[in-house]
Design a protein around this ligand. Structure first.
Ligand SMILES: Cc1cc2nc3c(=O)[nH]c(=O)nc-3n(C[C@H](O)[C@H](O)[C@H](O)COP(=O)(O)OP(=O)(O)OC[C@H]3O[C@@H](n4cnc5c(N)ncnc54)[C@H](O)[C@@H]3O)c2cc1C
Length: 473
């Protein structure tokens, strides 16, 4: 029914193909006009744009299944999409075809306060889920900074993390089971509500982090815990970034177990300070560590904070700023949350999502600065230092567009080669997607790549689901 496009090998959609889709999802569930399609051709990755041929907005799992089966039969590529906040181009329809948006699967199906689980659909916004379970005194820890917009399906596809994942682990640790649809339309129910489950291969954990290339997640069973009774935030300023990087390692060696341990270097703090109030003491420093402690009561946390302050001082830290009340804590965390947007306002930039063993953080910072300077760029490091995961923003500054592209690619490759030599890897949480594909072979061996490609073929023999992602074709 559909015509093949010689440049991609996939079929181009036809009016007959689209009219069948409209029957499946309803007229209001199919978008084909250019203005509506434009937004679905972008995500938060640089300024990339790939216009899809159509967008489908199913309302339930059954519709997702029928859309996929129809696209598979006709060899039309399908790109799953959550909120489009991804930073590696995973939701971009690089071979055109359909964007399959999960935004209308937005129901929380059940909250089980006895067994501490929630069943939620893929299109539920992460922060909304957190608010809903909080009403029951429960806590879902994964907290990507984009949580007010990003969706659970996107978080699961990327195995997203956030500051609190330092103590609680990334999204994968909270996913007990999935409802997902294979590219041929078959509906999979993986895992269970049981806290222990070793019945067969762990398909749940195979799908988490598979970036929408193996199956489309429609719902998830997630683990919850009781909300922590007390929290405390500390800001630890340092005169030198290397001191701060070493202090992070010492904080964990000392057994302080922070819930969050983030690092911001001066470039990041100043970018935020350009449009947001930052306490003078923090604005002056070369690097800042932000810590969140969770515990049973504030007295206990104050004792832990004092011990932590001593460790920081021994590592060369300045006077500690302590926030006990929620509004003060929020003000400190806002500084961290605004960094990405603030760096973007300053100049065009490329963000490398580098991760190393925690003990190599200071080395990572040194390599980032060296790689940037070698190619006449500035590097701004910030992020989830407690996980050894720093976002290195390579900033265009004064370079013209052509020089910038060359410098950016060369600096990023130098940085990733150094990261891998430190025992690290090329993405901590943003995924490989479209923009990081060429770096994957730096971190993953040939046999592992072959095995991954074989898994992809098994789930998606016709290659219609999110083609062009993770692997260099
Ligand atoms: C300001 C900002 C801050 C951020 N902070 C963080 C952070 O702290 N930590 C972090 O880890 N990330 C962060 N991110 C990145 C991003 O928000 C996460 O990767 C997020 O999980 C993406 O969710 P989404 O719903 O926007 O997915 P999308 O961007 O729409 O899609 C991401 C990937 O998931 C796939 N996908 C989406 N839904 C499904 C589904 N239902 N089934 C199968 N595949 C699917 C897509 O095909 C794509 O490959 C940030 C991004 C921004 C813009």
């Amino acid at each position: 029914m559909s015509q093949p496009d010689p440049s991609t090998g996939f079929a181009v959609t036809t009016p007959a193909f689209l009219s069948r889709l409209a029957e499946i999802v309803g007229e209001d569930g199919l978008l084909t006009d250019d203005v509506a399609l434009d937004g679905y051709g972008r995500d938060e990755t640089e300024d990339l744009h790939f216009q899809p041929e159509a967008v489908v907005l199913p309302r339930d799992t059954e519709q997702v299944s029928r859309v996929l089966a129809w696209a598979n039969e006709n060899l039309v590529p399908v790109t799953p999409r959550g909120a489009g906040t991804g930073l590696s181009g995973g939701a971009l329809p690089v071979h055109r075809g359909l964007v399959l948006s999960l935004e209308r699967l937005d129901r929380i199906r059940s909250i089980d306060s006895e067994n501490l689980t929630v069943v939620a659909e893929a299109g539920v916004v992460t922060a909304e889920l957190q608010r809903r379970v909080d009403e029951h005194g429960l806590f879902y820890p994964p907290d990507p900074a984009s949580r007010e917009t990003c969706q659970l399906g996107g978080n699961i596809a990327e195995d997203s993390a956030g500051p609190r994942c330092c103590l609680y682990g990334s999204t994968r640790r909270w996913v007990m089971g999935l409802e997902a649809v294979r590219p041929d339309g078959a509906i999979l129910e993986t895992g269970s509500r049981n806290l222990k489950d070793v019945a067969g291969y762990n398909l749940t954990q195979l799908l988490v982090g598979s970036e929408g290339t193996l199956a489309v997640v429609t719902a998830a069973t997630l683990r919850l815990i009781p909300r922590p009774a007390a929290t405390l935030t500390l800001a630890l300023p340092f005169d030198r970034l290397e001191q701060a990087a070493r202090a992070v390692c010492e904080i964990f060696r000392g057994g302080h177990s922070p819930a969050a341990c983030e690092l911001l270097e001066s470039g990041a703090i100043q970018a935020v300070a350009a449009s947001h109030p930052v306490p003078a003491q923090l604005n002056r420093c070369d690097a800042l560590i932000l810590i969140e402690l969770h515990g049973d009561d504030t007295e206990q946390l104050l004792r832990r904070a004092a011990a932590l302050g001593e460790t920081a001082e021994q590592m060369g830290g300045d006077e500690v700023l302590l926030a006990k009340e929620p509004p003060e804590q929020r003000r400190l965390w806002e500084i961290r949350e605004k960094v990405g947007e603030a760096v973007k306002q300053r100049s065009l930039y490329k963000e490398a999502d580098a991760v190393v063993p925690r003990s190599a953080l200071a080395e990572l910072v040194r390599h980032a600065r060296r790689a940037a300077a070698r190619h006449r760029l500035e590097a701004i490091c910030y992020g989830h230092a407690g996980d050894g995961n720093l976002h290195v923003s390579l900033v265009q500054g004064e370079l013209d567009a052509e020089a910038w592209q060359e410098a950016r690619d060369a600096a990023e490759e130098d940085l990733f080669r150094a990261v891998v030599s430190l025992g690290g890897t090329v993405s901590g949480e943003h995924g490989i997607g479209w923009t990081q594909r060429r770096y994957l072979p730096l971190a993953v061996g040939e046999t592992e790549l072959e095995t991954m490609a074989a898994i992809k073929r098994l789930f998606d023999p016709r290659g219609i689901l999110n083609p062009g992602k993770i692997f260099v074709e």
